[in-house]
Design a protein around this ligand. Structure first.
Ligand SMILES: [Fe+2]
Ligand SMILES: [Fe+2]
Length: 474
C-alpha cells in the first residue's frame, strides 16, 4: 500500500531515509512552481475528477475523486521487489539484479534516466494551452489526467536521480525543471518533445504515437538489470496505458464523426467536408504522417554502438526480453536494417547487437499498425472508400539512415525538389493547421455536450455517465 500520511506519498519507506527525504522535500516546491508556471493554463482552481494511485497492485490501484491539480498527490511508487530477480541479458546475465548502480555504468545509467525523465514534463508543457479549447468536459478531464501522470513520471525519474546519483543526480533533477519544450536556448532533449501540440487532433495523435514510444522505452527499461529502474518503470507502464487509450479513442472518435457527417450529407470532397465543420480524412492522414515520422526518430540511429552497450551492460533490454527465446546476448545474431545507396533503399543484415534501436522501432511499428487498422474499420463500417496508410519508415526522417534523404510515403527515393512539391500533400500545411484550429476556438464546457467535430465516447470514466461533471470550474 501507499503511504499518504507523509508529505511525499510513497511505498518505499521514504521516512526511514532522512537524507533522501529532505532532498526530495527540497525539490518538491521547485516542482510545484514549475507546475504553476508550465502546467495546464488557468487550471489551478478547477476540481477535476481524477484517479490517484492507492496501491501498486495491478488491479484496483486507483481511486477516483475531485482534486485540484496542484493538490494532486504526486509521489514515488515502485512495483514490489522480487528477491529472486536476475540480470536477464547481456554479459552479466544470471547475476542477481543490481540494487545499487554498478560504478562502471554510473554515467550511462544517469544519461538514460535523464533522457527518459526529460520527456515527462516536456509533454505537459506542449499541451498546456489545450484546456482552453477542449471538445467536452470528458476530454478535458482526460488531458488533465494525462498531465498529472506525466508529472508523476517525472517524480519517478527524479527519485532515482536523488536516491542513486548523489550530487550529480540532484543537479540533473533541477535541470529537468529548467529546460522548456521548444525553447531555443534551453530546449528539451529529444526532437519530438520540442514540437508544438497546437490542437486536439495533434494531442490525440501525440498520445497515440508518442506516448506509445514512451511505452516501448519503458518496456525496455523495465527489463533493466538495475532493479530500482525496472520496478519504477513497471508501475509507470500501468499509467501509460490510459494515455494511449485517450489517443486511440480520440482519433477514432474524430474519424467516426467525420464519417457520419460525410454519409449524412453525401459529400466526399475535402472542402465540402470541412464546410460542415468536421476534419476531412485527408487532413487526418497528414497529421498521422507527421506524428508517426517524428516519433520514429525517437528510437535513434538504426545502427548504434550506444544501444549495443546498453544491452551488453544489462542496462536496457529488448521489448519483452524475458519472453524471447534466444541466448539474450546476441553473440552471432543478425538483424535487417535499411539504408539508401545510389538512390535506392537497400536492406542488409547487420549484427543484431548494433541494431537494437531498429528492432525496438519495428516492435513499435507492429503495434501502431494494429491501432491504425482499428481506425480503418471505423471508415470501412461507414462504407467510405478511403484508406488510412502508414507511410514508409524512411518518410520524413531526421535521425538514422534515412536522414537527409527525400523519401515519399510510398517509399520512393526522390530529389529534394520533387519531394518539396508534394510536402503539403503529405504533411499538414499551415492552412491545415489554421483550419483545425478554427474548429477549436473555444471550450465546450456543458456536461454531456461534445464539439461538432468529434463523436462522444462509448462510455464515461469509471462508469460515470457521459453527462457527468468531470471538471468543475469554480
Ligand atoms: Fe510518461
Ligand atoms: Fe504518457
Amino acid at each position: 500500500m501507499i503511504n499518504y500520511t507523509e508529505k511525499i506519498p510513497n511505498n518505499i519507506y521514504l521516512g526511514r531515509d532522512r537524507v533522501l527525504q529532505r532532498a526530495l522535500e527540497h525539490w518538491q516546491p521547485a516542482y510545484l512552481s514549475w507546475w504553476y508556471d508550465m502546467g495546464p493554463n488557468e487550471s489551478h482552481n478547477f476540481e477535476v475528477y481524477l484517479r490517484t494511485a492507492i496501491s501498486v497492485e495491478p488491479d484496483g490501484w486507483a481511486q477516483f475523486g475531485y482534486v485540484k491539480m496542484p493538490e494532486y498527490r504526486w509521489g514515488i511508487f515502485l512495483q514490489p521487489r522480487d528477491e529472486k530477480r536476475q540480470v536477464n541479458f547481456g554479459t552479466h546475465k544470471g547475476q542477481p539484479a543490481w540494487q545499487d548502480v554498478p560504478g562502471e555504468y554510473r554515467s550511462t545509467l544517469r544519461r538514460i534516466i535523464v533522457t527518459q525523465g526529460d520527456t515527462e514534463p516536456a509533454s505537459v508543457e506542449q499541451q498546456r494551452m489545450l484546456g482552453m479549447s477542449c471538445p467536452s468536459l470528458y476530454d478535458l478531464r482526460n488531458i488533465f489526467q494525462v498531465n498529472v501522470e506525466e508529472g508523476r513520471h517525472l517524480w519517478a525519474m527524479v527519485y532515482l536521480l536523488h536516491r542513486y546519483f548523489g550530487r550529480d543526480g540532484r543537479e540533473e533533477a533541477e535541470a529537468l525543471l529548467a529546460r522548456r519544450s521548444g525553447d531555443t536556448d534551453n530546449p528539451r532533449i529529444l526532437g519530438a518533445f520540442n514540437e508544438p501540440t497546437p490542437d486536439w487532433l495533434a494531442f490525440y495523435m501525440f498520445t497515440f504515437f508518442t506516448d506509445r514510444d514512451g511505452k516501448f522505452q519503458l518496456c525496455a527499461l523495465a527489463e533493466s538489470g538495475f532493479d530500482p529502474l525496472s520496478r519504477t518503470c513497471r508501475f509507470m507502464l500501468t499509467e501509460e496505458a490510459h494515455h494511449m487509450f485517450v489517443g486511440e479513442t480520440g482519433v477514432g472518435r474524430i474519424i467516426q464523426r467525420t464519417c457520419e457527417v460525410m454519409k449524412e450529407n453525401k459529400v466526399d470532397d475535402p472542402s465540402d467536408v470541412r464546410a460542415l465543420g468536421v476534419i476531412d480524412l485527408q487532413t487526418i492522414q497528414r497529421y498521422l504522417n507527421f506524428h508517426y515520422s517524428v516519433t520514429l526518430d525517437l528510437y535513434g540511429s538504426d545502427v548504434s554502438s550506444n544501444a549495443a552497450n546498453y544491452f551488453t551492460s544489462g542496462l536496457k533490454g529488448r521489448f519483452r526480453e524475458t519472453k524471447l527465446e534466444d541466448d539474450h546476448q546476441l553473440h552471432d545474431a543478425l538483424y535487417p536494417v535499411s539504408e539508401v545507396i545510389g538512390g535506392k533503399i537497400i536492406t542488409k543484415n547487420v549484427p543484431a547487437l548494433t541494431a537494437l534501436n531498429e528492432r525496438l522501432r519495428d516492435d513499435y511499428i507492429e503495434e501502431i499498425r494494429d491501432g491504425v487498422g482499428r481506425w480503418q474499420r471505423v471508415i470501412d463500417q461507414a462504407g467510405i472508400p478511403f484508406r488510412l496508410t502508414l507511410p514508409h519508415k524512411g518518410f520524413h526522417r531526421a535521425i538514422g539512415n534515412f536522414a537527409g534523404h527525400f523519401i515519399s510515403p510510398e517509399g520512393e527515393v526522390l530529389t529534394a525538389e520533387a519531394w518539396k512539391k508534394y510536402e503539403f500533400e503529405w504533411l499538414p500545411s499551415p492552412e491545415d493547421h489554421a483550419f483545425v484550429q478554427s474548429l477549436m476556438s473555444g471550450r465546450v464546457a456543458e456536461p454531456g455536450k461534445f464539439a461538432n467535430w468529434i463523436a462522444p465516447p462509448l462510455r464515461g470514466i469509471n462508469n460515470q455517465p457521459l453527462n457527468f461533471e468531470y471538471v468543475r470550474f469554480n
